[in-house]
Design a protein around this ligand. Structure first.
Ligand SMILES: [Cu+2]
Length: 226
């Protein structure tokens, strides 16, 4: 009974002629290997239902790292930064260009979050955005802390997994464009056009990205208090 009730709205939607499909994408690096941590954004002006973006996204600072280190937020999403460590951190954010440098170091936002006191709620602050594009996040106190936040006005955006894959669900049929961004890219990847239909095969997005190797454990900074 519950199942049939839940299926009802979808059935009505399909009867009204709003055709939609899931778009599977695999992002590849310069050597044709799966590229993890790439942001894939789909843009379309085809009529149809849009998924509601999350109202809030939490980015934590824990054990000297931002979590997650690559996040996507819609323009309407409020991003809450929370410091879970026992010592202070900064949040410094701004638009980033190729090669990992701030587009304009005098712009962006910066605030300090006090360390967590035992038995108390962690310090946090909320940030909202008016500009789309990639941002770099850092901490003035700890140079090793780095993360990225991609702000978009599309409801279809996600970060690729270890296999370079992303699924964008419920995209209306018709013409669309795929945009890809990676923190290690030195040149922009051209947008890829596609026509969304039922039974669309997985889209391969080739980039010129050479991903930086993850840091060795010996290069990781010692965590104070651990
Ligand atoms: Cu810090």
């Amino acid at each position: 009974m519950l199942l049939s009730l839940r299926l009802l709205p979808l059935t009505l939607l399909m009867a009204a002629g709003a055709q939609a499909a899931d778009v599977d994408v695999q992002v590849l690096d310069r050597d044709g290997k799966p590229l993890a941590g790439a942001v894939v954004v789909l843009e379309t002006s085809s009529p149809g239902a849009r998924p509601a973006p999350p109202a809030e996204l939490v980015i934590s600072q824990e054990k000297m790292k931002f979590q997650p280190e690559m996040a996507v937020a819609h323009l309407s999403t409020k991003v809450r930064f929370t410091n879970l460590d026992r010592w202070d951190h900064h949040v410094r954010g701004g638009q980033v260009g190729p090669g990992g440098v701030y587009v304009d170091a005098s712009r962006g936002y910066s605030f300090r979050l006090a360390g967590r006191a035992p038995g108390k709620a962690p310090s946090s602050a909320e940030q909202s955005f008016t500009q789309t594009g990639p941002q770099m996040l850092g901490c003035h106190l700890h140079g090793s802390m780095r993360a990225y936040l991609y702000v978009t006005d599309s409801p279809w955006a996600a970060v690729s997994d270890a296999e370079g894959r992303v699924r964008l669900a419920g995209v209306p049929n018709g013409a669309a464009r795929l945009r890809v961004w990676h923190a290690d890219e030195l040149i922009e990847t051209p947008q890829q056009a596609l026509n969304v239909t039922d039974g669309l095969p997985a889209q391969r997005l080739a980039t010129q990205v050479v991903p930086r190797k993850p840091k060795k454990a010996s290069e990781e900074l010692k965590i104070p208090g651990y």
